[in-house]
Design a protein around this ligand. Structure first.
Ligand SMILES: [Zn+2]
Ligand SMILES: [Zn+2]
Length: 524
C-alpha cells in the first residue's frame, strides 16, 4: 500500500473524526466544543445493540479529542416517548399504561423512580462498566425546562411548509393536517392519541383534541378531551420528523449517527435544521442494525428473554463487547454468545500487536479505543479463552477453580486477578453454553499425513516429553515447520491458534483417547 498518512490511531473512527473537524473548519463554526450525540430509547430493555450508538459516538468524541480539539458525547434519552407495547418481562397489567410517556409510568421492578429511569440505568450501568463517559439529557426534563422552546416555536410557526416538505421527501401526508407535535392529553395521560391543531406563538400554546390513533395495527380511541399544551413545559413532544433538528440546534451537535431504518427521518430533520432553524445539521454516518436473532434464540433455550450487556459481562470482558461494537460501522451483525471466545482472544492479539507496533493499524488502533484511550494494558502471555473453557469442562466438580489455576501454572501462565476473573467467565460460559464449537479444518495432503502420525504417537507415547518430541519429529519428517504443525493441532483440538505445551496438555488434561479420536478423523 502507498504511504497513506496515518490519522490518529489509524482506525475508521480517526478518519471519521478527521472528516468532522475538516467540515467544521469549512463551515467556519467555532471549534471550541465539537459535540457528538447518541440517543437512548427508554421504552424497552437494553440489549447489546442498544449500546452501539453510545459506544460509537463516545469513540468518535475521543478521536476528536485525540486530534487536539475539545469534544464531549451527550446522550439524549427519549423518555417522553409513549409506551407502544409491553415487553415480555413486564407484568401484563402495564397494558393500562400504553401510550403514556415512559417517564410517567412507574418502574415495573420498583427500584427506580420511573419505567424510563429503570431502562436508562440499565444502559448507563453497562456503559460505565465499559468505561464510557457520558452526559445524559433526559427528554422529559429538557422539555420541562423549556430548553427546546425556541426551536419548537420556529418549527410550529412554519408547520405548513414543513408538512409539505415531509410529504415531498417521504410521501407521508399526515403533517399537512396536524402539527408535528404530540401534546400529552391532560385528561387521559396518553401522548399519541392527541391531534395538535393550531399553535399560538405569542403564548406558546398548542391547541389539541384527543382523537385517537392506530399504532402497530391496534387502534386506540381518544378520550375526546380538548385542551392546550405549553411548549415550554413537558406538556408534549415534537414528532420524530423534527425533534432531532431541534435537539441538534439547541445543543449544538456536530455529529450524530443513525440506523438505516431512520434514513427518511434524518433527511427531513436535516432540511428543517438548516432551513427552518438556520443551523447546519451535524455530520452523519448511517449504520446497519444489529440483528436480534440470537436474542430470540437465547430466549427459547435459556429462558432469558434479552441478551443484555450485563449478561455479556458474565462471559466476556467489557473490552470484548467494545471491540464487537467498534469493529466496523457498516454491515449487519448477528450477535451471539458464541462470538465471545474469539473476541476475547482477539482483544489479546490486538493488544500484543498494538504494543509491538505490528499488524494493521486500522485494526490494532481499536485496542486503544476499547480502553477509552487510557493506558491500554500490555499483554504478555495471553491465555486462550477456549483453553479456560476446556479446563472448566474437565475440572473435578466443586474444585474447578483450584484445578484450573493449578493447570495454568503448570503451563507457565501467570495467574493474577485478571486471570481469576477470566476463569469465572469461562466457568459461566461452560455452565451455560457448553464447550465452544471447534470448526472443521481442511487439511492438505502433507498436514494430514503429519496429523495421522501424531495420532499414532499419542497412542504410544509413554510420557508428555516423549509425545512432545514425537510431534516435532512428525513435522520434520513431513517437511513442515514445527510451529505450523502445532498451530494445526491447536485448531483441531481447541479451535484456536495457540495453546499450552501439547505433550502435557494432551496426556494430562485433554485425554489420550479424546485426542486420538479427534485426530484419527484425519487418518486415511
Ligand atoms: Zn428499576
Ligand atoms: Zn385523552
Amino acid at each position: 500500500m502507498a504511504t497513506r498518512q496515518k490519522i490518529g490511531f489509524g482506525t475508521w473512527i480517526d478518519m471519521l473524526a478527521y472528516r468532522i473537524v475538516e467540515r467544521e473548519k469549512e463551515l467556519k463554526r467555532s471549534l471550541n466544543m465539537l459535540r457528538t450525540e447518541a440517543g437512548i430509547a427508554a421504552s424497552g430493555f437494553v440489549h447489546i445493540g442498544s449500546m452501539s450508538d453510545s459506544v460509537r459516538a463516545y469513540a468518535v468524541s475521543l478521536a476528536i479529542k485525540n486530534l487536539g480539539y475539545n469534544s464531549e458525547m451527550v446522550q439524549f434519552a427519549d423518555d417522553m416517548d409513549g409506551l407502544r407495547s409491553v415487553p415480555a418481562e413486564v407484568p401484563r397489567e402495564f397494558e393500562k399504561h400504553l401510550l403514556k410517556p415512559v417517564s410517567l409510568i412507574p418502574d415495573p421492578f420498583g427500584c427506580d423512580e420511573s419505567y424510563a429511569v429503570h431502562m436508562e440505568n440499565m444502559l448507563l450501568d453497562a456503559l460505565e462498566k465499559a468505561g464510557v463517559e457520558t452526559k445524559l439529557y433526559r427528554g422529559y426534563e429538557m422539555y420541562g425546562r423549556g430548553v427546546l422552546k425556541e426551536q419548537i416555536t420556529a418549527i410550529l410557526s412554519q408547520w405548513r411548509a414543513i408538512g409539505e416538505k415531509i410529504e415531498e421527501m417521504t410521501g407521508q401526508s399526515k403533517f399537512k393536517k396536524v402539527l408535528p407535535y404530540f401534546p400529552l392529553c391532560a385528561s387521559c395521560g396518553r401522548i399519541y392519541t392527541t391531534h395538535a391543531l393550531s399553535f399560538e406563538p405569542e403564548t406558546g400554546r398548542v391547541h389539541y383534541v384527543c382523537k385517537g390513533v392506530e399504532i402497530k395495527k391496534r387502534s386506540f380511541t381518544g378520550c375526546g378531551y380538548e385542551g392546550e399544551a405549553e411548549i415550554s413545559k413537558a406538556d408534549g413532544k415534537l414528532s420524530w420528523k423534527v425533534e432531532w433538528a431541534a435537539r441538534w440546534a439547541a445543543l449544538d451537535i456536530r455529529f450524530e449517527a443513525y440506523g438505516k431504518d431512520l434514513a427518511d427521518s434524518v433527511k427531513v430533520n436535516d432540511w428543517v435544521c438548516k432551513n427552518i432553524l438556520g443551523y447546519e445539521p451535524p455530520y452523519h454516518v448511517q449504520y446497519e442494525l444489529f440483528l436480534d436473532e440470537t436474542r430470540r434464540k437465547i430466549s427459547k433455550s435459556r429462558g432469558v428473554s434479552v441478551f443484555t450487556p450485563s449478561a455479556w459481562y458474565r462471559y466476556g470482558s467489557p473490552q470484548s463487547l467494545m471491540l464487537l461494537l467498534l469493529k466496523r460501522i457498516k454491515g449487519t451483525r448477528v450477535i451471539s454468545p458464541s462470538m465471545i471466545p474469539s473476541l476475547m482472544d482477539e482483544v489479546d492479539r490486538l493488544g500484543q500487536q498494538f504494543h509491538s507496533g505490528s499488524g494493521d493499524p486500522r485494526k490494532t488502533g481499536l485496542y486503544a479505543y476499547i480502553y477509552g484511550l487510557k493506558n491500554p494494558p500490555k499483554i504478555t502471555k495471553p491465555i486462550p479463552y477456549n483453553l479456560l473453557v476446556f479446563l472448566a469442562s474437565v475440572a473435578p466438580a466443586s474444585k474447578e477453580r483450584e484445578f484450573i489455576q493449578a493447570r495454568l501454572k503448570k503451563y507457565g501462565y501467570k495467574v493474577d486477578d485478571e486471570t481469576l476473573q477470566r476463569i469465572e467467565m469461562a466457568l459461566n460460559y461452560y455452565r451455560d453454553f457448553g464447550k465452544p464449537s471447534v470448526p472443521v479444518v481442511e487439511l492438505d495432503h502433507v498436514s494430514r499425513k503429519a496429523v495421522a502420525e501424531v495420532a499414532e504417537a499419542i497412542n504410544k507415547a509413554g510420557s508428555p516429553e516423549e509425545l512432545q518430541s514425537a510431534i516435532f519429529e512428525a513435522a520434520r519428517r513431513n517437511g513442515l515447520d514445527p510451529p505450523e504443525l502445532f498451530k494445526t493441532l491447536y485448531r483441531l483440538l481447541l479451535g484456536q491458534e495457540s495453546g499450552p505445551r501439547l505433550g502435557v496438555f494432551i496426556l494430562e488434561d485433554y485425554g489420550r483417547e479424546r485426542a486420538y479420536s479427534v485426530l484419527s478423523k484425519y487418518l486415511s
